[in-house]
Design a protein around this ligand. Structure first.
Ligand SMILES: [Zn+2]
Ligand SMILES: [Zn+2]
Length: 415
């Protein structure tokens, strides 16, 4: 108590000194010394706090906890009180850290960071290694402010015991992977406004696979006045990849049938371009989209008559399969749209004149188109026909070419 009384008097004297009289060098010296002494006093305060807590004084005085008692007594925030209590307890456990704070070699903020880093070390780490880590961090406190010191603290195990750190890292990574794998999820949720929301979680390896599959499809292409955003390209790529998977015919059967999309549509709707199609997922499609999908090998239209009886279910005469498909691939060598480089495996067989209007599924009425250009053709701005030589040519809309000169795909030219 005597020492404190003296200290208080001396400190008051220091606070009284008019700083303007000090030289630059002396000013900086003063700052350093005061800061160091402040840490020493903080250490003394923490020792007192620890003893008060240890004796259970606050609870004896009917406070609900020491932190609450400190808040009331010192009029500090409860957070500051808790920080004080935590650090006081740590200093009792770590004499070297305590001594460093008392000597002003680390400040209060740094001491808290060092204590936190030491607490995160594996529980079964030998006392010798913990002491070593503590000494290293106390040494680094001479150079680093608390944030950087905290980062050094996170790596301290690798510093003092690399092999243990590697094992701990590997274990942590395995736990993280396990959590990520457990949390995997994929949802398609119909929003009722024509959109379907895609949500989910993948682990790193799963996401890498998806990325690798989508990436080559995400490059910008000749979009003919309809540039797609990167997000739109990724969405298209996801659908394209699934279409490719269905076309490979290597997917497992579902219910004894090849995987396919079923759309039910009233017979009149197809011809009058009215009405809607109903997907087996419950989604609704416009007749225009149904007419496009009716070209597509992935989809089986179950066409309903006016009484709702099924008029046609199946693919036989509608799809470009077998020899027909081969003939188309030999002729077009890929998506026939001008400027497109998609190879045959990405392509649907498109009916130049619609199958739903009674036109045949034949080489003379077919052309290979990738999913993207298939959509564009069905929008009706571009027109496809077979030229005099029997090869497909595309007539652009007037807003692309006022002369409407036919264009051909030059990518797949036979050499
Ligand atoms: Zn088509
Ligand atoms: Zn194409």
């Amino acid at each position: 108590m005597d020492a404190l009384a003296q200290l208080e008097g001396l400190a008051a004297e220091c606070a009284d000194v008019s700083t303007w009289s000090l030289s630059d060098a002396a000013l900086v010296d003063c700052l350093d010394t005061i800061h160091r002494v402040a840490q020493t006093i903080a250490a003394a305060q923490l020792h007192v706090v620890r003893e008060i807590d240890g004796r259970g004084l606050p609870v004896a005085q009917h406070a609900s906890s020491t932190a609450v008692w400190l808040r009331e007594h010192l009029r500090i925030s409860v957070h500051a009180a808790k920080r004080m209590l935590d650090l006081a307890a740590e200093l009792e456990r770590r004499p070297a850290l305590d001594a460093a704070l008392a000597a002003g070699a680390v400040n209060v903020e740094q001491a808290a960071v060092v204590a936190a880093a030491l607490q995160q070390l594996p529980a079964d780490l030998g006392a010798e290694l913990v002491d070593k880590a503590e000494a290293v961090l106390i040494g680094q406190a001479g150079q680093f402010e608390p944030t950087i010191l905290g980062k050094a603290g996170q790596r301290i195990l690798a510093h003092v015991a690399p092999e243990i750190a590697d094992a701990a890292d590997a274990a942590a990574l395995r736990r993280m992977e396990e959590r990520a794998h457990q949390g995997r999820a994929f949802h398609l949720t119909r929003q009722g406004d024509g959109r379907v929301r895609v949500t989910g979680w993948l682990d790193e390896a799963g996401a890498a696979t998806v990325n690798a599959a989508l990436d080559p499809l995400c490059a910008p292409r000749h979009d003919h006045g309809e540039p797609r955003t990167p997000a739109q390209r990724r969405a298209d790529a996801l659908v394209e990849v699934c279409g490719l998977a269905i076309r490979t015919e290597q997917l497992p059967d579902s219910g004894g049938q090849r995987p396919h999309v079923v759309v039910t549509v009233p017979y009149d709707g197809l011809h009058e371009k009215l009405g809607i199609g109903l997907l087996d997922t419950g989604g609704r499609l416009s007749a225009t989209q149904v007419r496009q999908l009716a070209c597509d090998a992935q989809l089986i239209p179950a066409v309903l008559g006016s009484d709702g009886q099924v008029l046609d279910v199946g693919r036989g005469r509608r799809l470009f399969t077998g020899g027909l498909r081969q003939a188309l691939e030999l002729r077009d060598l890929g998506c026939a749209f001008p400027g497109c480089d998609r190879p045959p495996r990405w392509c649907d067989g498109h009916h130049i004149r619609p199958w739903v209007d009674g036109w045949p599924t034949s080489v003379d009425n077919g052309v290979l188109l990738c999913g993207h250009h298939h959509r564009i053709i069905h929008r009706g701005h571009w027109v496809v026909r077979l030229g005099d030589d029997g090869l497909p040519e595309f007539i652009p809309p007037a807003y692309v070419d006022p002369q409407r000169q036919p264009r051909r795909n030059l990518y797949h030219l036979k050499t």
